[in-house]
Design a protein around this ligand. Sequence first.
Ligand code: NAI
Length: 291
Amino acid sequence: MGLLDGKVAIVTGAGGGLGRAHSLLLASEGASILVNDLGGDRSGSGNGTSMADEVVDSIKAAGGEAVACYDSVSSVEGGRKIAQAALDAFDRVDILINNAGILRDKSFSNMEEDLWDSVLSVHLKGTYCVTRPVFQYMKGAGHGGVIVNTSSTSGLIGNFGQTNYGAAKAGIAGFTRCLAIEGKKYNIRVWGLAPVAVTRMTEDLAGMDSDGAKARMDPSFVSPAVLYMVSDLSKDRTGQFLFAGGGRVAELKMIMADGIRSEDPAKITAQEIARGEDVVFCDQAGASALG
Ligand code: NAI
């Protein structure tokens, strides 16, 4: 018996890298998979069917069920078609993994509008475009579901040359926390994932280009965290973020320090804040978890 017998999962950007690994693992646990991929290059240029088709073939060769869909996540129409393709093929949707992504890194001085818009469009708008029809379907069907949104340490912590990508990934984090609150009423759980893996997106980044890094940071080492999130193993957990990959899985969360407080808000002056730095800042004693 698989952990996901009878379930249907949509995985976006599933033609390679992490999405491919998630699809193969979820299928091996009994889920039928809608394999979505636009089939372009790392920067989002071009399109094609072969990437998604290869993953469908691999799932079928291993005895699983899958169909391909080549629409882009970054339009409302594309999102609707992706959700509908899963319903047409399998009659239901239980799981959505928002994973599609592109990279267009530049230092901020060189961050032209097209680099900004294209990255925000695929990651942040794409997450909205696919999630909305799926959420509406899950709400209407009444059987609940699980949505995993792919964020990144670049958005949650920061990284050089990725103001566009980091803004999109932090936006996805805010989206995740808000939707998790809305989803509770309908038994729809919403998770955030901050993966690390050597894929075509990261293979030329510093520290990722050695054979040792490739062996340790295979995308397949991230997918068990996704399986945990979307299966009953994670019970009723929602609204949380897991860092996963390279031999580590750990919750990532926003924290708020105890801070200085006063019954009279007018008494908190700039000088008072400077005097209270030991409790105002989280890197000193007294940090507590937010939410
Ligand atoms: P990847 O480049 O192998 O996979 C991304 C996939 O998304 C590609 O197959 C691409 O064709 C597809 N895609 C791009 N635009 C699309 C669109 N508009 N519609 C549908 N599909 C589209 O890269 P990787 O590393 O597997 O990335 C997967 C996700 O994980 C991305 O969201 C990425 O930002 C995120 N991520 C990856 C990290 C890593 O260390 N590899 C670190 C943090 C986040």
